[in-house]
Design a protein around this ligand. Structure first.
Ligand code: ADP
Length: 473
C-alpha cells in the first residue's frame, strides 16, 4: 500500500518539479564550487610563487654583498628554521651538479630538471615547476633561479598546508551542500505541493462532477494567481454547463408537454370517430382534424429545427442586398386585414428605401412573428406602430410598438426562451417559439433584439441589424 503510494508519487507534477528544483540547485552549486576551487588554487599558487621569488631575491642580494659562503649558511639556517619537511634548497653549478644543499633526506626523490637549467642558461631569469610525489598526497612547488654568475638556486616548498586547507574546504563544502540539497528538495517539494494543490482541487471537483454532482464548485482563494484564474474559469464553465443542462431538460419537458396535447387530441378524435362515427362525413371530419393537428405539430418541429439551424451560425444564411423598408411595408400590408378584424390600428413609418445585406426569407419570418404577436396581444382599439430608421449609418433599427397587454417584469427575462409563454397569453394560440426564432435570426445577422414592456401599457420590440456584411473574422 505504502509502496504503491510511493510509486504513484513518482508520476506527480510536484515530484518532477522537486527533482528539477533539486537538480538545478545541485548543478549550480557544483559549478560555484568548481569556480571557487579554481580561484583558491590559483591564488594559493600565486602566493607560493611570490614567497619563493622573494626568498630568491634575498639570496641573490646576500650573494652579491656577502659571498657564496654566507648564502650557504643562511640557506641552511632558513631551511632548518622553516622545518626540514617544509622547504629545501640546492645550490647548483651550470652543469646541474649540486655543491651545497639543505637536509635532503625528506626530498631525496626530487632531482634536478635539466630543461630548467637549460632555460636559465638561455636567458630566463627563473622557472617554476610543480611536482607530485606519489607516496605523499600534496604537491611541491619548485623554483629555479640564477642568483649569481654560474650559481643556480633550486628552492622547493611543500604545499602541504594549502593542500590541507583545500581538503578542509572540500569537506565542508560537500557536507554543507549535501545538507542544503536535502533542504532544497524539501523546500521544493513543499512549494510544488502548494502550487499544484489548486490543480488538485480542480481535479477533485471534476471527479465529483463526473460522479453526478454538477452543483459542486472549486473553492477560489483571493490570491488571483494562475490557479485562481483556472478555478474561476472552471467554475464559469460549470455554471454554463449547468445552465445548458437545465435548459435542455426544461426544453425537453416543454417539448414533451407540447407534443402530448396534439397527440392526445388526435387520439381522442380517432377514438370517438371509431366508437361513434358511422358516416363517411364523420370520418372525413376526423381526417381533417388530424391533418390540422399534424400541421401544427409539423410547424412546431420545423420552427425548432429552423431555430437550431439559425443559431448554428451566420454561414447558414443566404445573404443578399435587400430593401428593408420595402420588406417592412409589405409585411404591414399583409397583417393589415388581421389587425382590422381585431379593431387594432396599424401605422407604418419607414424611409423610402433602406438597403441592407440579409437573408430575406429569415427577416420576413422575424417580422411576421413580431407583428403577429403585437396584433395578437393588443386588444381592440389599440395601436401597433412599426418603424424603420438608420442608426449612425452602421445599422438599421426596426421597432414594433404596441399598446397591448404588456409583459410582467418577472416574465420579461424569459420571453426569448424556447416554449416560454406568459401566463396571461395561454388563452391565445401559439407555441412559444416565435420570439426564440426572432432572436436567433437577429443574432445570426450580427444584430440583436430587445424589448421594453409595461403591463397593460404595451411593449416595444427593437431589432438592430447591421447594414453591411460582417467581416470575415
Ligand atoms: P407565442 O407563440 O406564445 O406568441 P412567442 O415566442 O412569440 O410565443 O412569445 C413568447 C411570449 O412572450 C408570449 O407567449 C407572450 O406571453 C409574450 N409576448 C410576445 N410578444 C408580446 C407582445 N407584443 N405583447 C405582450 N406579450 C408578448
Amino acid at each position: 500500500m505504502y509502496l504503491r503510494k510511493l510509486f504513484s508519487v513518482r508520476h506527480t507534477l510536484a515530484f518532477r518539479l522537486t527533482l528539477w528544483y533539486a537538480g538545478i540547485f545541485t548543478v549550480s552549486s557544483c559549478v560555484a564550487f568548481l569556480l571557487f576551487y579554481m580561484l583558491i588554487t590559483s591564488v594559493i599558487r600565486e602566493r607560493t610563487d611570490e614567497e619563493l621569488l622573494g626568498q630568491v631575491g634575498q639570496f641573490s642580494t646576500l650573494l652579491s654583498l656577502k659571498g657564496i659562503e654566507t648564502v650557504k649558511r643562511v640557506a641552511i639556517l632558513e631551511a632548518q628554521a622553516a622545518g626540514v619537511k617544509k622547504i629545501f634548497f640546492r645550490l647548483l653549478y651550470p652543469s646541474g651538479e649540486a655543491f651545497s644543499s639543505s637536509n635532503m633526506s625528506y626530498w631525496k626523490d626530487i632531482g634536478v630538471r635539466r630543461i630548467a637549467i637549460e632555460r636559465l642558461l638561455s636567458g630566463s631569469s627563473h622557472m617554476f615547476e610543480t611536482i607530485v610525489i606519489p607516496e605523499r598526497k600534496h604537491k611541491v612547488r619548485i623554483l629555479y633561479s640564477m642568483i649569481g654568475p654560474g650559481i643556480i638556486l633550486q628552492l622547493g616548498q611543500s604545499m602541504e598546508n594549502y593542500f590541507r586547507f583545500i581538503e578542509a574546504f572540500k569537506r565542508i563544502f560537500i557536507t554543507t551542500m549535501s545538507l542544503l540539497i536535502v533542504l532544497a528538495a524539501g523546500v521544493g517539494w513543499f512549494m510544488a505541493r502548494r502550487a499544484v494543490s489548486g490543480v488538485e482541487a480542480v481535479t477533485r471537483t471534476a471527479r465529483n462532477i463526473s460522479g453526478g454532482a454538477l452543483e459542486k464548485r472549486v473553492p477560489v482563494k483571493t490570491r488571483g494567481d494562475e490557479i485562481d484564474q483556472l478555478a474561476t474559469t472552471f467554475n464559469q464553465m460549470l455554471d454554463r454547463i449547468q445552465t445548458l443542462v437545465s435548459s435542455i431538460k426544461e426544453m425537453s419537458d416543454n417539448i414533451a408537454h407540447d407534443l402530448r396535447s396534439p397527440i392526445t387530441r388526435i387520439r381522442g378524435i380517432a377514438e370517438v370517430t371509431l366508437t361513434t362515427g358511422k358516416s363517411v362525413a364523420e370520418y372525413e371530419n376526423m381526417a381533417a382534424s388530424t391533418i390540422e393537428e399534424c400541421d401544427r405539430l409539423l410547424d412546431m418541429i420545423n420552427t425548432m429545427l429552423l431555430i437550431s439551424e439559425t443559431e448554428a451560425g451566420v454561414d447558414r444564411l443566404t445573404r443578399e442586398e435587400m430593401d428593408i423598408s420595402g420588406l417592412v411595408r409589405d409585411a404591414c400590408e399583409l397583417f393589415e386585414p388581421t389587425a382590422e378584424d381585431k379593431g387594432v390600428r396599424m401605422s407604418c413609418n419607414v424611409p423610402d428605401a433602406c438597403r441592407i445585406f440579409a437573408d430575406i426569407r429569415m427577416v420576413q419570418r422575424m417580422l411576421a412573428n413580431l407583428l403577429d404577436n403585437a396584433i395578437k396581444y393588443t386588444p381592440s382599439a389599440g395601436t401597433v406602430a412599426v418603424s424603420v430608421h438608420e442608426d449612425e449609418g452602421q445599422q438599421v433599427v426596426v421597432s414594433v410598438k404596441d399598446t397591448g397587454i404588456g409583459i410582467s417584469p418577472d416574465a420579461l427575462p424569459h420571453i426569448f426562451e424556447r416554449f416560454y409563454r406568459c401566463d396571461q397569453s395561454r388563452s391565445q394560440a401559439g407555441i412559444g417559439l416565435g420570439l426564440s426564432l426572432a432572436r436567433a435570426i437577429a443574432q445570426a445577422h450580427g444584430g440583436g433584439i430587445t424589448v421594453i414592456s409595461n403591463p397593460n401599457q404595451g411593449s416595444t420590440f427593437t431589432v438592430t441589424l447591421p447594414k453591411s456584411l460582417p467581416s470575415a473574422s
